[in-house]
Design a protein around this ligand. Structure first.
Ligand code: KIV
Length: 272
């Protein structure tokens, strides 16, 4: 079933049921404006903490706060009716303890009406994922390149280049699956490893920079639209929106400057 043929909101079991049946279409959206465009086409809308960088100009995702995530997620929920909306738990809101994670996740679910949360991390976060899922909080996992850890890893680096690291990453995938995650984002993972993990798991994998061999794909909307001049190497630009926006604004500015701005709609025509 394609996202377009859904007349109700897609559910967590719907996503699980797509494994081996149909690829999962996912995109980020941070606002009502963009969610309206994405909703008819996507199975999953992720309100990603990438909004800290894309929407708020920060250097990393670490500056996103729980309040900010909730604020953006509320906009996305207002403008979407079919896609499953997943909201990132931001840095600092879940790592210290499963109880912290539950407090943050329950705020996100109750204050936005979204269906699930996503959190980053492998085996170390498995007890937290288990704590949440066993209490009714649907969780999407996120392993491989985890942007919230860039300070420790020294940057946005593809994972699995060295074969000796594969076992650890596979173990991350298995423990997060066993903890009850309904889907797992594989970010920045070399193709043979991403493929092996996807084949190994019963849980759908959603790739970003992790080859076409995942069960679904996700991209940052503004990256694939061509809004951002600088995007990761693996991003195919499906549009050139940035150029179109620049051209329109330049034309507007020029029309104001050379006094050709069309003011026709307010032309005053005396009645007699
Ligand atoms: O924050 C985000 O947008 C993400 C995706 C890149 C998966 O986590």
């Amino acid at each position: 079933m394609s996202a377009q043929s859904h007349s109700r909101r897609i559910t967590v079991p719907d996503i699980r049921g797509k494994k081996g049946v149909q690829p999962i279409v996912s995109l980020t959206a941070y606002s009502a404006l963009t969610a309206r465009f994405v909703d008819p086409h996507a199975d999953i809308i992720l309100v990603g903490d990438s909004l800290a960088m894309v929407e708020h100009g920060m250097e990393t995702t670490l500056g996103a706060t729980l309040d900010l995530m909730i604020f953006h997620a509320q906009s996305v929920m207002r403008a979407s009716k079919r896609a499953l909306v997943v909201v990132d738990l931001p840095f600092g809101s879940y790592e210290a303890s499963p109880q912290d994670a539950y407090r943050s996740a329950s705020r996100v679910l109750s204050q936005t009406g979204c269906s699930a949360v996503k959190l980053e991390g492998g085996a170390a976060m498995a007890p937290t994922v288990e704590f949440l899922t066993s209490r009714g909080v649907p969780v999407m996992g996120h392993i491989g390149l985890t942007p919230q850890s860039v300070m420790g890893t020294g940057g946005f680096k593809t994972q699995g280049r060295d074969r000796s690291t594969w076992e650890v990453i596979k173990q991350d995938a298995v423990t997060i699956e066993n903890s009850g995650a309904f889907a797992i984002v594989l970010e920045g993972i070399v193709e043979p490893l991403a493929r092996a993990i996807t084949n190994m798991l019963k849980t759908p994998t959603i790739g970003i920079g992790a080859s076409s061999h995942c069960d679904g794909q996700i991209l940052v909307l503004e990256d694939m639209l061509g809004f951002n001049p600088k995007v990761p190497r693996f991003v195919k630009k499906f549009g050139t929106i940035g150029d179109a926006v620049d051209k329109a604004i330049a034309e507007y500015a020029a029309s104001v400057l050379d006094r050709s701005f069309p003011g026709l709609e307010h032309t005053y025509e005396p009645k007699d």
